[in-house]
Structure formats: C-alpha cells, structure tokens
Design a protein around this ligand. Structure first.
Ligand SMILES: Nc1ncnc2c1ncn2[C@@H]1O[C@H](COP(=O)(O)OP(=O)(O)O)[C@@H](O)[C@H]1O
Ligand SMILES: [Mg+2]
Length: 253
C-alpha cells in the first residue's frame, strides 16, 4: 500500500530502520518577520527493537522532535520515514492511519480522559480502528497484563488511581493496538522515584518484547535506562553517549 523509497536494500526487512529522519527542520515564523529554528537539521536512524533516550535541556526541541517522529506535525523541511514509509507523501488521513497502526504515545501528563473509565481510555485506539467491542475488551486486558496493571482499575476513573498507576494506564493505551514503536515525552516527569522506576521497568519489558522505544527526558537517571542516548541542543543532535546503568534509576533504590 505504501511506497518504500530511498532504501537501497529494499526487500531486506532488517535493513529498514524503524525510524529515519533526513535533515529535518522545524522553523517557526515569528510575527516580527524573524524565524525560530526549533529543529535545525536533524538526521538520525533508529533501528527496530532499539531503545533510545533523547536528552537535552528544556526548550531545546525534544518535544518538537518527538512530534515529528510521531507524525503529529510535519517538518518545515526534511523527511521522516517510519519503517521505510516516506511520510511526506501521505495525506493527513493516511498519516492518522499510520500513526494509529504503528505508533503508541505516552505523555508527561498522562493525557487520559477523566470522564471515561480506565477501560474506555485504554480501548480508544481500537475504537478509532473500528474493532468490535468483544475483541476490544480482550485486547485491553492483555495490554493491562503487559503493564502489570490490576483488573480492578478497569471500571475506575483515571483520577481514582495514583500518578504512577495512571501512567501505566496510559502505557496500556499506547500498546493496546500492538504498535511497533512507543514514543514517550518525559514519561516520568510528574512521578516520584518509586513510580518512575516502575515505568522504566515497564519500558524495559516492552523493549524486550521487541518494541522500539524513543523516550524524551532531561533526567540522567532515566536516560541511563535506555540502550542509546542522543543529546539534543538548540534543535541539533550534538552527539551520542553510552548509557551508564550504574547511574540509572534502577540503581538508586
Ligand atoms: N508553536 C510554536 N511557535 C513558536 N515557537 C515554538 C512553538 N512550539 C515550540 N516552540 C519553541 O521551540 C523550542 C523547542 O520547544 P520544545 O520542543 O517544546 O522543547 P523541549 O521539549 O526540549 O522543552 C522552544 O524554544 C519553544 O519555545
Ligand atoms: Mg518538551
């Protein structure tokens, strides 16, 4: 259905990265004629099954970058490929479909709908996909089990759960449709150390199941849970450092 472009090794699944960015710019035009380069020429490859932390100070383009990878926004210039698909060629509707199928999102503020039950929150991506209710419930329970959640949560409202539990519900929603890629923007930014550790254990488990994870953070102990750490500054990837597990949140408590 989609065209695979720009990859020499077509037909060789392994050679196609989960995510490829080619010279991606995001330029905001200010009212006074000035421009602000939130992303200033980013190229990167993220392999299938990898677990990448993107680290950098506040205001340096981390969320903008994740939104580009997540197809929530289009670059001003440059290309984003998801599993070999050149997303610049897709209509908004095709982008939405690709997003729903391939990508799961986790946000700092959980972004759960508080007037709906936990079950209704988790099944949302499946409703959008048009999956019938009986199958949805089964998939929700599987997702809940993967994140170590409790079935008692299902008929509660998100606000009846702790912050750490709400974030696990948000992760269940992200994985319920079995996407290959999970994108997380400061997923532990609102959480205490014990809850953060549980979230990082959950990501590690999902990564071992084969999910590709891209996580934005400005915390060293969180970034050190990943397999790669990319450093972003002023909208540019400034380098890559090797994670040091002894300095990860796993070794704090
Ligand atoms: N819609 C916008 N218009 C103008 N500037 C923006 C807009 N969105 C983000 N920015 C700017 O882009 C920069 C990067 O933002 P962001 O990606 O949110 O950073 P981070 O997630 O690293 O804190 C910030 O300086 C921010 O003010
Ligand atoms: Mg941000």
């Amino acid at each position: 259905m989609f065209m695979l472009q720009g990859f020499k090794m077509m037909g060789m699944e392994e050679a196609i990265p989960a995510i490829r960015l080619e010279n991606v710019y995001k330029i905001y035009r200010m009212g006074d004629g000035l421009e602000f380069r939130a992303l200033n020429g980013i190229s990167l490859d993220i392999d299938r099954g990898d677990y990448v932390a993107i680290m950098g100070p506040s205001g340096h383009g981390k969320t903008t970058l994740l939104n580009m990878i997540g197809l929530l926004d289009r670059p001003t210039m440059g290309k984003v490929y998801i599993e070999g698909i050149d997303t610049s060629l897709l209509s908004d509707e095709e982008l939405s479909r690709l997003r729903n199928k391939k990508l799961g999102f986790v946000f700092q503020q959980y972004n759960l709908v508080n007037r709906m039950s936990v079950l209704e929150n988790i099944e949302l991506p499946l409703v959008i996909r048009g999956i019938p209710r009986s199958r949805r419930v089964k998939m929700v329970i599987e997702a809940l089990e993967k994140i170590g959640g409790d079935r008692e949560w299902l008929y509660k409202r998100p606000t009846q759960l702790s912050g750490g539990q709400q974030q696990r519900v948000a992760i269940a929603r992200a994985i319920v449709g079995d996407p290959d890629i999970i994108l997380a923007d400061e997923p532990t930014g609102n959480l205490d150390t014990a809850s953060s550790k549980i979230i990082m254990e959950t990501f590690e488990r999902l990564n071992k199941m084969g999910k590709t994870i891209v996580m934005v953070t400005h915390a060293h102990d969180i970034a050190n849970c990943a397999k790669r750490i990319l450093l972003i500054r002023d909208g540019v990837i400034r380098g890559e450092v090797r994670p040091d597990r002894s300095k990860s949140i796993f070794n704090l408590i």
